[in-house]
Design a binder for this molecule. Sequence first.
Ligand code: ZN
Length: 467
Amino acid sequence: MKITFFGGAQCVTGSKHLVEVGDYKLLLDCGMHQGKRSLVDGWNRNLPFKAEEIDAVILSHGHLDHCGTLPILVRDGFKGSIHCSDATADIVRCMLEDSGMLQEQIANDLNEKNTQGGFITPLYTQEDAKQVFPHLVPHPYFRSGHQWVTVNENIRFKLYDAGHILGSSVILLEIQDEGTKKTLAFTGDLGREDVPVIHAREYIEEEVDALIMECTYGNKNHRAISHVAGDLKEIVSTSIRTKGKIIVPAFSLGRTQELIYTLHKLVDAHEMPLLPIYIDSPLAQSFTEIFARHQEDFSDQVMREFKMKGESPFAFKNLIYTHTVEESKILNMKEGPLMVISASGMSEGGRVLHHLKHGISNPNNIVLITGYQAEDTLGRKIKDGISPVMILGESHEVRAQIKVLDELSAHADQSGLLSYLAHTKGVRHLFLVHTEMPQATTFKQVVDGLYPALSTTIPASGQMFEL
Ligand SMILES: [Zn+2]
């Protein structure tokens, strides 16, 4: 059995891990590389393997850096099944269609400006994205019992709840390799233990020979999630005092719903001054509808607080969902105080760019960063205090206050990762993925100190291991 790490290897995007058992090729995730276009476009267009040779895919979850190049895989000749949890299948349909539309827009914009010399074809189109849908094979988590799903005569798998976003899964593979049983687990992205809205992550019951584990925050610990409410109250009070805007770039899936839920609780408890809160992302609205269809994945606390009372956690007074581009544009002209939550989470595209363009130079405004910002993204530059920054082709001085709420991260921190490792029995090989080198190196040092007998590796892109 061989594993080759093709993406999410010493970087946090493009997750793709190929497992080969005899002639059978099973791909874990098929994610998009994100960041500087000149750097990642070629990696995304040219998959590092022959699509028609891949027999099946298992997806950990529906974020684009884990599923975003599926349309290219299918366009290039993939014919097999794409296994995932049932909520992930709903999310992937929505996510890929939107991504196809965005890719068409990007290509159109570049061709109109004609700065690239020559005609740019979209990475993929909305129509390409739709070709993925018939391949999706949804499975429940089987919370009571965790049943095996057979892939072929040598491979079966189970999904455990990863507690990262709705539908996110840890994939446990059981492989018969030339008469020997081997187990391999892939965490996908791992949630923190006290994640809001969805169920907390589960631990694998079986022994695991090799664990492929994400390590996004391998070098730091988040403050307790309870700090979020206090910080949000303070940020809202500042905005009311200065009559400024709070601009929140947020992933339309996960972070937006967690923010809405947290704000809803603050408003209900009269702990936060009221101000208009706009959700300016049609995609976030679609995902919020998907959340409503998968209430079985809500945490017991959310069920107690809202569902039993017949209320939606995602609707409250002063919360306004915008739909059209015109409604979005009007927000740019509105006076504060107000909050606008808009995608994309790393400020690499979407409506949030227009809000940043109009608001980032006003010292009364606040830009609130709520998630991991990958290298070379606009979000990372803003978080790192760089000024001026380029937004939609123009240079803008950053005079707004920059606030960071890492606690809302959907990723486990160092102690959460260590706790997950401690709860996973029998691990002899640990591969650290979905991480940048400083984070991975620190985490490896800690793991090496705690588990000297464990073989811990930070695989490079393209590196292959035989197990
Ligand atoms: Zn993710």
